[in-house]
Ligand binder design. Structure first.
Ligand code: DC
Length: 231
């Protein structure tokens, strides 16, 4: 795989399927930028909560999305000590941990159903990809809506039990295994059933169930598919 070549890679899938971790490993291997679009929906949710914008106020939520001052960068070694995978600055403030708070968790799926919010964020995501030239983008609608022209589309999934276990390790609040699994299943239900850009397996996607695979095995499968896709 020639270095310097810029690839567009779309990784979609259910919550806790390993998208973020796998995306970051691939980005480091391929030396291309990485964007977790879930963090953008979370940032809009955080600002709405802070500013007292009602979750039913679509125009108010879209205004926040349209003006979102969002920067995502890889975590430095120092920052990684608190368990984060990357750093997100919103209006210059490091909100990385706040994006995983219980309140944001509770409201982010409803916010992500709002078509006006999605339109703003999708436009921003396409612009980020255009400027980067090549990118690994993680989300729910990347292969289907944001980057349908991607060189490779991947759809990751895992059983609810495995996903709940992974999410509990990432989140800032303590939950029982049962609570974590219920939360994920509710999130999946909203993500799959919403009218605007629901979570789907994009046509032509490489589907990987990550239950019994380690990170290296998953990234190997994706690298093989990428080699096949670009040759
Ligand atoms: O991947 P995550 O848990 O950070 O995503 C948070 C929420 O945002 C989840 O309900 C799915 C939604 N989302 C979305 O609808 N579209 C995306 N591209 C990314 C996330």
């Amino acid at each position: 795989m020639g270095e310097g070549r810029r690839f567009l890679i779309a990784i979609d899938g259910t919550a806790g399927s390993g998208k973020t971790t796998i995306g970051q490993i691939l980005a480091a291997q391929l030396k291309i930028p990485y964007l977790d679009t879930g963090a953008m929906y979370r940032a809009v949710t955080l600002l709405a909560l802070r500013r007292g914008v009602a979750m039913s106020d679509n125009a108010g939520l879209a205004a926040i999305a349209g003006n979102l001052d969002f920067i995502s960068r890889d975590a430095t070694l120092e920052e990684e000590k608190d368990g984060r995978q990357y750093t997100v600055l919103v209006e210059g403030e490091d909100v990385s941990q706040l994006l995983r708070s219980a309140e944001v968790e509770q409201w982010v799926s409803p916010v992500a159903t709002v078509p006006e919010v999605r339109a703003e964020l999708v436009a921003r995501q396409r612009e980020i990809a255009r400027q980067a030239g090549g990118i690994i983008m993680i989300g729910r609608d990347i292969g289907s809506v944001v980057l349908p022209e991607a060189d490779l589309k991947v759809y990751l999934d895992a059983s609810p039990e495995v996903r709940a276990q992974r999410r509990r390790q990432q989140e800032t609040q303590t939950k029982t295994a049962e609570e974590a699994q219920q939360g994920l299943e509710e999130r999946d239900r909203i993500d799959r059933s919403r009218a605007a850009a629901p979570l789907v397996i994009p046509p032509g996607a490489l589907v990987i169930n990550t239950d019994n695979l380690n990170q290296q095995e998953v990234t190997e499968k994706i690298n093989m598919a990428l080699t096949a896709a670009i040759n």
